[in-house]
Write a new protein. Structure first.
Lengths: 130, 174
């Protein structure tokens, strides 16, 4: 009876250790996938490609929910996540240590008007003729 | 006693397996996320479609390219005509330009008549090389397509468009 109890405790410890191990792996994978650099790069390239594809008179909006969460954690103002300089889109989700975010250029010679809508966690991009 | 010894050996092996799996997964994840997303093919495809939309309207070649007498306007500025800006400030430190476009006008039988380049023609050879023989990540993203159009006199042309996007440092881990 006593021996059976020992086996059960051993199994429980074994299962708990396995669960902890798997949890650490899952958390590691999740944090790697939602890292600042990767999210910045994804948004910057997505916006640049959408601008390239669009024509004057069009507008599009982008769900920035993921960026909003990361920016809030790192005390970055939602309105300052996406910026534009000439034909260069920059996404900044962490401005500590003078980080400048990730930039990607577009070839479409248009004027892009960027309007953040914090309450909806979206950015609206209006494409205008230059 | 013997049973306990076996269990201990198994648990050592088990932990060794766990560590090997963890190291393996970490290495795979680091390798995967260490590479930037390669969007050059997509960008070249958009550029090619933009050029196609730009050179002809409703199947008629613009008069800035072939005038109403059927003459090629050899000195037209592609960037201006198609409303492109081929300057890429994020690659300003690089020697070569980041975009390339080649438009080739042939007669309907495929005989060459005229071509026009835009951007950095350094990519011309690289795109042809990629198309013919090589598959390399450091080669530019290229796209190619053809269309038929007529000029203002009604003469028919077969047009080939080749576009290339270099942007290697931001799309490939060199």
């Amino acid at each position: 009876m006593n021996k059976k109890g020992e086996i059960l405790v051993g199994n429980v410890v074994f299962i708990i250790l396995n669960v902890i191990y798997l949890s650490i792996l899952v958390i590691f994978l999740y944090t790697q996938g939602s890292g600042v650099k990767i999210v910045e790069e994804t948004y910057a390239k997505e916006i640049a490609l959408l601008v390239d594809y669009s024509q004057p008179g069009m507008f599009f909006y982008l769900d920035m929910g993921k960026a909003y969460d990361i920016a809030e954690e790192r005390n970055v103002d939602f309105d300052k996540i996406v910026s534009k300089d000439e034909n260069l889109i920059t996404v900044t989700l962490d401005s500590s240590n003078n980080r400048k975010g990730y930039s990607y250029s577009f070839f479409n010679n248009v004027n892009v008007v960027i309007t953040p809508q914090k309450e909806k966690k979206i950015y609206v991009f209006s494409i205008e003729e230059k | 006693m013997n049973n306990k010894g076996t269990e201990q050996i198994i648990s050592v092996y088990w932990f060794a397996i766990l560590i090997i799996v963890a190291v393996g997964i970490s290495a795979m994840v680091f390798t995967f996320y260490d590479h930037p997303y390669d969007v050059r093919e997509l960008e070249a495809d958009i550029l090619m479609n933009k050029v196609a939309d730009c050179i002809s309207e409703h199947g008629v070649i613009k008069k800035e390219i072939i005038n109403d007498k059927g003459e090629f306007q050899r000195d037209f500025d592609m960037e201006e005509l198609c409303n492109f800006n081929f300057k890429a400030p994020d690659f300003s430190s690089e020697i070569h330009g980041q975009y390339y476009v080649l438009i080739t006008f042939n007669d309907p039988n495929g005989n060459f008549l005229f071509d026009k380049e835009g951007g950095d023609n350094y990519m011309r050879t690289l795109c042809f090389a990629k198309e013919k023989i090589a598959e390399g990540v450091t080669l530019p993203g290229c796209a190619k397509a053809g269309l038929f159009a007529v000029d203002l006199t009604g003469k028919q042309y077969s047009i080939e468009i080749l576009s290339g996007v270099l942007k290697t440092t931001k799309n490939v881990r060199v």
